[in-house]
Design a protein around this ligand. Structure first.
Ligand code: SAM
Length: 314
C-alpha cells in the first residue's frame, strides 16, 4: 500500500546525517519507507514546516511523494503523536481502537475537545481508547520528559527551535525561561548554561518541571512557581545573557520585565503569533536599538504564523 506524504529529498552522501536528525527531532514518519531515487534519498516527514540546523546545509528539496507503508491494511485516521499518546481531531471511538491496535507504541488515544485556553494554555481532552490517562513519557533529542496534556502545556513542534537556540549559546551563559511549562527549553539548554532560572505560573507545570529536571539530571536549572510579571522583583540584581519568552499570544505585556533582566548585549528570544512579517518590530524598537532578527517558526492558521524575534539588548 502507498501513502501520500511530505518527503525531504537529500543527496545520498548526506543521507545518514539527515536520517539521524529527522529521527531525533520527531520529524520522521516511522510507518513509511524511505525512497531511493538515483543519487538521492527521500525521507518521509511529518509536515513541510520543518526547521533544519545550518550544519545540514541547504542541499534538499521538500515535496509530496508516494511512500510505501510498513504496515499491512488501511492507514489509521490522522493523528498527532506525543510519546505514547495519539491525539485525533475526530471524536470516533472505532477509529481510535483501530489506531491503538495498529501502533504498538501507543497506549492512549485522545480526542481534543477544545482549542488552547486560559492562562495555563492547556486543552481539554477526552479518552477514546486505551489507558484512561493524559500523562505520557516523551523523548526529544535524548532528553526525557513526563508530560500531562490536561495539566500543562506541551508541544513537540518547537523541538528544532530549542536546538537552534542551543546552537546559538556560548558555554556558561546565564539563562531565564519566563514561561517554561514542563521545562523543554531549560532542559535542552542546560548542557551549555551555567545556570537557568525556569518559571511558570501553573503549579501543575512546575511539578512536572521538577520531575523532568530530576530525570534529566539538569542540576543547574532552578524551578520557580512565579508570575513572570513579578520576576523583576524576585531576580534583580541577577542579569541574564539569554531570555526565552514563549507565551505567543500575550507576552508583549512582559517585555519590560524581560528587558530589565537582560544584560547589555544579552539576547531575548521573543515568540509571537502574527499575521504580517515584522509586525512586532515597532514595539520592540521601543526597547532596544540592538540587532533584531525575525524568523518564521511554523504556520499556525491560514492567516497567522508563529514567529520568533532574536533581540539583542542595547
Ligand atoms: N515554554 C514551554 C514550552 O515550549 O512547552 C511552555 C510554553 S506555553 C505556550 C506558555 C506557558 O506560560 C504555560 O505553561 C503557562 O502556564 C505559562 N504562563 C502563562 N502566563 C504566565 C505568567 N503570567 N507567568 C508565568 N508563566 C505563565
Amino acid at each position: 500500500m502507498t501513502v501520500g506524504q511530505w518527503g525531504i529529498k537529500v543527496p545520498k552522501s548526506k543521507g545518514e546525517s539527515f536520517r539521524r536528525y529527522l529521527l531525533g527531532s520527531g520529524e520522521w514518519c516511522p510507518n513509511l519507507k524511505p525512497i531511493a531515487d538515483g543519487d538521492f534519498l527521500v525521507f518521509p516527514i511529518v509536515s513541510d514546516e520543518i526547521t533544519l540546523p545550518d550544519e545540514l546545509g541547504c542541499d534538499y528539496d521538500i515535496g509530496r511523494y508516494e511512500f510505501e507503508s510498513r504496515e499491512r491494511g488501511r492507514e489509521p485516521a490522522r493523528h498527532e503523536l506525543i510519546g505514547g499518546i495519539a491525539i485525533m481531531q475526530d471524536d470516533d471511538r472505532e477509529e481510535a481502537e483501530y489506531l491503538l491496535k495498529s501502533r504498538p507504541s501507543i497506549h492512549t488515544v485522545l480526542h481534543c475537545e477544545s482549542p488552547v485556553f486560559g492562562e495555563y494554555r492547556i486543552k481539554k481532552f477526552k479518552v477514546l481508547a486505551g489507558r484512561d490517562t493524559t500523562r505520557t513519557n516523551y523523548i526529544e533529542y535524548n532528553n526525557r520528559f513526563t508530560i500531562d496534556l490536561a495539566v500543562a502545556y506541551f508541544s513537540a513542534r518547537l523541538a528544532n527551535e530549542r536546538q537552534r537556540i542551543l546552537g546559538l549559546m556560548k558555554e556558561g551563559e546565564r539563562v531565564l525561561d519566563m514561561f517554561t511549562g514542563v521545562g523543554p527549553f531549560p532542559i535542552a539548554l542546560s548542557k551549555k548554561a551555567s545556570v537557568i532560572y525556569a518559571g511558570d505560573i501553573n503549579p501543575g507545570a512546575v511539578e512536572l518541571l521538577c520531575e523532568n529536571l530530576r530525570i534529566n539530571r539538569a542540576d543547574n536549572v532552578i524551578p520557580m512557581l512565579a508570575d513572570a510579571l513579578d520576576l523583576g522583583g524576585y531576580l534583580a540584581p541577577h542579569s541574564f545573557d539569554r531570555i526565552i519568552m514563549n507565551l505567543p499570544m500575550t507576552s508583549t505585556a512582559f517585555l519590560k520585565t524581560a528587558f530589565s533582566l537582560a544584560k547589555t548585549g544579552g539576547v531575548i528570544h521573543y515568540y509571537t503569533l502574527q499575521s504580517e512579517k515584522g509586525e512586532m518590530l515597532p514595539v520592540l524598537r521601543g526597547f532596544t536599538s540592538g540587532r533584531i532578527d525575525e524568523k518564521i517558526v511554523r504556520s499556525y492558521s491560514p492567516t497567522q504564523h508563529h514567529a520568533v524575534y532574536d533581540i539583542v539588548c542595547e
